[in-house]
Design a protein around this ligand. Structure first.
Ligand code: ARG
Length: 385
């Protein structure tokens, strides 16, 4: 009889990951194949006239970009496996499908390169984020075969999905982009700090990649894809954690993992161009954390890969294999040298071809199992923290 209860020689799976640095045992790595230039929707604007995708058009990302990215992703898998890490990959999925809910119709989905955006692993739980773009509403489906397999093979795993959002027109501020682009930088930052951006607070919305895990403390960036109600939902959900809402001086905040990146207990890498608010910095200092200003990226906005919607700061989008070993993009020489001087063992891998698919090494991965338990790295309170 098929019961879903697995016999004793089945693979042992243990969903367990409390932070970004404990020894990595099992990880999901995304795929580029099938990724779409998203069809128009209220949340985003895509406009690449020189690539054959002027505003309003959509379709499969060109093969040569997909092949280059998948080669680098496969290479990352090999390197991780050589280090004894078990790697899982999402299965093929047709992202060119038109999708809908009773509230809307969307001409395309997106892809499955950045599983980090969709899945948050917090302790023994896998949480599927609401997501905040219509093209990404159904993205959890391509990870479901893996999640179900974990669930069947792990007696303790908790599996949760945040409330599915409606994403009706009320969830988005009308004409946001037009108005936002006309603001001065200072005016933009006022809006960023108040999280008065594209998303309204009609319903909870968040991407998993806006959550950064530091043991008992979770930091949630309010951003273009995470609203205040999304933060409230996360905070109320993780009752055993201290969950903090944070913003940075970043005009286009989206996902915290190229802005504020923990390296090991007591050390966090911080993007100098996207400064944290002084109270957050003080909280870290009061708990004896060193805040390291990340070195300059190798790329500028002008030299980013074709069709990339990420910033040069993917230079600090790292994957830790353990407290001493970090995977870093191989051309990020200054970042590598900095980490080297700090005593880390750096594993360089080529990865910039993956950027057009939504991110770097941290975005492309989700750690399913790391050793270790929940620990409190912040015994001292400060201000709102
Ligand atoms: N938006 C960030 C930047 O351009 C990139 C972070 C992407 N992270 C992710 N999980 N997809 O700097």
């Amino acid at each position: 009889m098929k019961t879903g209860i697995i016999d004793s020689d089945a693979e042992k799976i243990k969903v367990n990951s409390w932070n970004e640095w404990d020894p990595l045992r099992r990880v999901m790595v995304g795929r580029a194949k099938g990724t779409m230039v998203q069809a128009p929707e209220p949340a985003i604007i895509r406009d690449w006239p020189n690539e054959g995708f002027p505003k309003g058009s959509y379709g499969l990302v060109p093969d040569e970009l997909v092949d280059a990215a998948d080669e680098q992703l496969d290479n990352l898998v090999k390197i991780l496996e050589k280090k004894g890490v078990k790697v899982d990959r999402p299965s093929d999925f047709d992202f060119a499908q038109e999708v809908s809910t009773p509230d809307w119709n969307q001409k395309s989905m997106f892809g499955c390169m950045p599983p980090r955006d969709v899945l948050a692993v917090v302790g023994n739980e896998i949480l599927e984020a609401t997501m905040s773009q219509r093209s990404r509403w159904h993205e959890y489906l391509c990870y479901r075969p893996l999640i179900i397999n974990y669930f069947k093979n792990d007696s303790k795993m908790k599996w949760e999905a945040a409330p599915k959002p409606r994403l009706s027109d009320e969830s988005f501020n009308k004409n946001f982009w037009e108005k936002y682009e006309k603001l001065s930088n200072e005016e933009k930052l006022i809006k960023v700090r108040e999280n008065d951006l594209i998303l309204t607070d009609e319903e909870p919305l968040f991407d998993a990649a806006d959550i950064s895990r530091f043991g008992k403390d979770l930091f949630v960036q309010l951003s273009l894809v995470t609203n205040k109600l999304g933060y409230k939902w996360i905070k109320n959900h993780f009752k055993d954690h201290r969950v903090h809402a944070v913003t940075f001086d970043n005009y286009y905040p989206q996902h915290i993992d190229a802005t504020f990146v923990p390296l090991k207990p007591g050390m966090v890498l911080h993007c100098g161009e996207r400064t944290a608010d002084p109270e957050l910095i003080r909280y870290f200092e009061k708990n004896d954390w060193q805040i390291i200003k990340a070195e300059k990226p190798s790329k500028t906005y002008k030299t980013l890969p074709r069709m990339s919607f990420c910033s040069p700061w993917l230079s600090m989008n790292l994957l830790s294999i353990d407290q001493n070993t970090i995977v870093v993009e191989e051309s990020e020489k200054m970042q590598i040298e900095q980490l080297d001087k700090l005593g880390f063992n750096v594993v360089p891998v080529p990865f910039w071809d993956v950027a057009p698919f939504g991110g770097g090494l941290h975005c492309a991965t989700v750690d399913i199992e790391r050793e270790g338990e929940m620990e409190d790295y912040f015994p001292n309170r400060h201000g709102r923290f």
